[in-house]
Design a protein around this ligand. Sequence first.
Ligand SMILES: [Zn+2]
Ligand SMILES: [Zn+2]
Length: 148
Amino acid sequence: MTTPDFAAVLREASLRVTKPRLAVLTAVHEHPHADTDTVIGHVRADLGAVSHQAVYDVLRALTDAGIVRRIQPAGATARYESRVGDNHHHLVCRSCGAIADVDCAVGHTPCLTASDDHGFVVDEAEVVYWGTCPDCAATSSTLSTTSH
Ligand SMILES: [Zn+2]
Ligand SMILES: [Zn+2]
């Protein structure tokens, strides 16, 4: 995976290039689906002391500009990712909260064609597939076999 030129990405979105913005964008890019605390941890490792509020503000600015996508499965904390604009979906594990990307059908986005759009102009469909990740499935099957 090549690292995009984040300074150019910010400029294209008409955002001033600042160190916190670059650090947050890098953290989100390198740790897809990270929650806010994880992003803050990586930004601090990179820049030193940065306030929670500063990171929240940067995440909001990047999300508003469409550079970062915010996902929030029901009952989970908000996660951030730099993979935007492709209408991909997410698999979420009910047990451990693991999140994986799922591509929409290749080349087109059938889920954007609602059976009845009620006159809305649809530009995004958010699909969350809930289930059990392989790790958790393996753990629970081990547990159930040993308990017998
Ligand atoms: Zn799991
Ligand atoms: Zn994703």
